[in-house]
Design a protein around this ligand. Structure first.
Ligand SMILES: NC(=O)c1ccc[n+]([C@@H]2O[C@H](COP(=O)([O-])OP(=O)(O)OC[C@H]3O[C@@H](n4cnc5c(N)ncnc54)[C@H](OP(=O)(O)O)[C@@H]3O)[C@@H](O)[C@H]2O)c1
Length: 211
C-alpha cells in the first residue's frame, strides 16, 4: 500500500517505520523536506515531499500534524482526499501550559477535533486512531500483560476495518468506539496518558480494555 503521511514529527516518523517494516511505501508531506534527511538516509525507500504530493501519492493518508493546524493542512490537500481513508492521530492540544499535569485542549467536552475534521472534509473517510499513546509505543508495543488496546472511531465501517488491519499488524488489539463523535472520548485519553508523564516522568504505558 502507498501511505502518505502528512507531518514530519515523532508520530509521523514512528508510524512511517511501522509501515515500512510491514512492506508499505511511505511518503511524508512537509513544508521542509530537509527535516527528514536523516530519516530518509536511514530508510531510503521513504520519500519526503510537499503535503500536496504526499497526499497524491497515498492511497491511505495519515494526519500527524499539530492539532491547531490540522484543519489548515487538510484544507491544503482537500482535492486529494476524496474517498481516501485518513488516519487522524491528532489531539486538540492548546498552546496553554498543562494544569497540574493535565494538558489543555482548544475543544470543549461536547466537541472534538476528529468530528470537526470529518464535518469540514466529508469526502475523506476519517478514522481517529493512534492518538492515545506516545509515539514510541505506536508500533510493536511490548507489555508483559499482553497486547494493549487502541481505541478507534469513525463513520465509515470499511475504513475502520482497514485501519484495524494495520493496528493488528502493528501489535494492537482494536476497540471500535463507533462514530467520529466518539473522538470526544478518545481525545481526552491523550490527557490521561500524559498525566503520569508530567507528574512522574513515566511515559511507558498504554491502555487496555478488559471485558
Ligand atoms: N508525540 C506523541 O507522542 C503523540 C502521540 C499521540 C498523538 N499525537 C498527536 O499527533 C500529532 C503529531 O504529533 P507530533 O508530536 O508528531 O508532532 P507535533 O510537534 O505536534 O507537530 C509537528 C507537525 O506539525 C506540522 N505543523 C506545525 N505547524 C504547522 C503549520 N503552521 N502549518 C503546517 N504544518 C504545521 C509540522 O509540519 P512541517 O513538517 O511542515 O513542519 C510537523 O509535521 C499531534 O496532533 C499530537 O497531538 C502525538
Amino acid at each position: 500500500m502507498k501511505v502518505g503521511i502528512l507531518g514530519s514529527g515523532d508520530v509521523a516518523k514512528s508510524l512511517a517505520k511501522g509501515f515500512i517494516k510491514h512492506g508499505h511505501q511511505v511518503a511524508f508531506g512537509t513544508r521542509d523536506t530537509g527535516k527528514l534527511s536523516e530519516f530518509i538516509a536511514a530508510h531510503p525507500t521513504a520519500k519526503a515531499l510537499s503535503a500536496n504530493d504526499a497526499a497524491d501519492f497515498g492511497d491511505l493518508l495519515v494526519l500527524s500534524v499539530k492539532g491547531d493546524v490540522a484543519e489548515t493542512v487538510l484544507a491544503g490537500v482537500q482535492h486529494q482526499l476524496s474517498g481516501k481513508v485518513v488516519i487522524d492521530t491528532t489531539n486538540p492540544i492548546s498552546d496553554a501550559p498543562p494544569v497540574k499535569g493535565v494538558l489543555q485542549f482548544f475543544t470543549g467536552p461536547n466537541d472534538s477535533l476528529g468530528e470537526r475534521l470529518q464535518a469540514r472534509f466529508p469526502q475523506a473517510r476519517i478514522v481517529k486512531a493512534f492518538n492515545s499513546v506516545g509515539s514510541g509505543l505506536m508500533v510493536d508495543p511490548q507489555f508483559a500483560d499482553g497486547k494493549p488496546t487502541m481505541f478507534v472511531a469513525g463513520n465509515d465501517t470499511a475504513a475502520k476495518a482497514d485501519v484495524g488491519e494495520i493496528l493488528n499488524q502493528f501489535g494492537w488489539e482494536v476497540a471500535d468506539m463507533g462514530a467520529i463523535e466518539a473522538s470526544r472520548a478518545l481525545e481526552p485519553l491523550c490527557q490521561l496518558w500524559c498525566i503520569p508523564g508530567f507528574i512522574n516522568n513515566q511515559w511507558s504505558h498504554a491502555f487496555r480494555l478488559l471485558k
